[in-house]
Ligand binder design. Structure first.
Ligand SMILES: Cc1cc2nc3c(=O)[nH]c(=O)nc-3n(C[C@H](O)[C@H](O)[C@H](O)COP(=O)(O)O)c2cc1C
Length: 423
């Protein structure tokens, strides 16, 4: 399987988790907004009275698939890094979800949980039946503590390999694959034809001594990225068999994981199609796969739909299945709201029960990691948009995704795909 990590830092391993405060966010379709140097002031808040709360749609029931959800309060997936190094549920995980359940949210979604049976650091896992015991305990704790008022979903995720950035010397010694094209470009740049015949070791040493700008003329863009950011698999790496075979492998893996979620007693599954991970990368405009799963948006949505179909076939029509995906990838050249509206309509048409909308959280604009660390998708502009803090520009950290979410909802409604009267 393609997805193994060689990092050991929580968060950096999967690129999941909290973002340090970042730089300037980009509003879709507008120029980058400069980083704000002072904190965005928060409006004063007060608790609503019981009467006010009761009068709000927010606390009224809604049907999601065949499940009646008692309130529209929804705790999205958040990884708190409390599993063991083997991805097993710990007492700390149970305590974490128990605390949420005490407040009886309408829906509580378990953090991103890995669908493969591979080392994944302290990420919760659901890629084998041995994880069932721990997952059942979580379900039990949440249903008991919320007194049955909370629907408990689990987010299931696939991610590709990402490695730590290595020192330049190590890169040229261990990872760099010298080609005739490199030799040719080096000979041209230096005006020294002998590089065409020199040993690979000598060429590596020479390249290592060059400045970044010179290297940029010799290495491919991908090699420069690996050198500067650390190695990362892309869904377009069709020369790598495990990447080529993702469309054949992922529907089964997601379906197996969803079946385990159902067996463990979760009320539904959320397919993780957001942020910097495999399925979001299939949806991305950067996905140029030439095998029918990349290019135009109709092709980019194909695998996410096939994964959903496999999951639906496995768990049955009555089980809640939805996905979390992006209204906007934020980085230049990424998906915009028109892609997201199209995907939302396709997901709804296929029979998804809910769409959970996030934004950003991508590797493409992540900050350069220090040597020995892995790139982290919540460090750039898209990361700040994904997890906004008080250090973000106007209109502040709240509600930045509302207008995009509205547009997706309008698109789905216009296609006649919601059941508004079905409460
Ligand atoms: C610590 C932490 C972990 C997160 N883990 C996940 C995750 O596993 N899956 C996911 O879809 N989003 C994850 N997120 C993103 C949150 O679900 C949420 O979208 C983000 O914090 C923005 O919240 P807001 O919509 O309230 O501004 C995480 C956020 C934080 C702060």
């Amino acid at each position: 399987m393609p997805t193994a990590y060689d990092t050991t830092m929580p968060g950096a391993e999967t690129g999941l988790g909290p973002a340090p405060t970042g730089s300037s966010p980009v509003q879709p379709g507008s120029a980058p907004v400069k980083k704000v140097s002072k904190k965005f002031p928060l409006a004063p808040v007060r608790w609503p009275t019981a009467q006010e709360a009761q009068a709000r749609v927010w606390f009224s029931p809604i049907r999601i698939g065949q499940s009646l959800v008692e309130a529209r309060t929804w705790v999205p997936a958040m990884v708190p890094w409390r599993a063991t190094e083997d991805g097993v549920v710990t007492p700390q995980v149970l305590e974490w979800y128990e605390r949420y359940a005490r407040a009886q949210p309408g829906v509580l979604v378990v953090e991103a949980t890995g669908i493969r049976d591979i080392p994944s650091g302290p990420l919760l896992r659901i890629g084998h039946d041995r994880f069932l015991d721990g997952l059942k305990k979580m379900v039990d704790v949440v249903h008991r503590t919320s007194k049955g008022h909370t629907r408990f979903f689990i987010q299931i995720i696939d991610f590709l390999t990402i490695r730590r950035r290595v020192p330049k010397e190590k890169y040229f010694e261990r990872f760099f694959k010298l080609t005739d094209a490199h030799r040719r470009r080096l000979a041209q740049l230096t005006n020294e034809p002998e590089w065409g015949e020199a040993t690979a070791h000598a060429v590596g040493e020479k390249l290592c001594s060059l400045a970044e700008a010179e290297l940029g003329e010799i290495l491919t863009a991908r090699e420069v990225e690996t050198l500067q950011m650390g190695y990362r698999e892309w869904v377009t790496d069709l020369d790598l068999p495990p990447i080529r075979e993702l469309p054949q492998v992922l529907p089964g893996l997601f379906a197996d994981a969803a079946e385990r979620a159902q067996k463990a007693g979760f009320d539904g599954v959320e397919l993780h199609y957001a942020h910097a991970y495999t399925m979001a990368s299939f949806l991305s405009r950067l996905n140029t796969r030439s095998d029918g799963y990349g290019g135009p948006k109709e092709n980019r949505v194909r695998l996410p739909l096939e994964v959903f179909a496999a999951v639906r076939a496995r768990v049955g029509a009555d089980y809640v299945v939805g996905c979390r995906y992006l209204s906007d990838e934020i980085f230049a050249g990424g998906n915009r709201i028109d892609d997201a509206v199209y995907f939302g309509v396709e997901f709804a048409k296929a029979g998804m029960d809910f769409l959970s909308i996030s934004r950003g959280g991508k590797f493409e604009d992540a900050k350069q990691p220090r040597i020995g660390e892995a790139a982290y998708p919540y460090t750039g502009e898209s990361g700040l948009e994904c997890m906004p803090t008080v250090h973000i520009s106007a209109p502040g950290p709240f509600g930045r995704n509302i207008s995009c979410t509205q547009q997706i909802r309008q698109g789905v409604r216009a296609a006649g795909l919601t059941r508004r009267a079905n409460l």
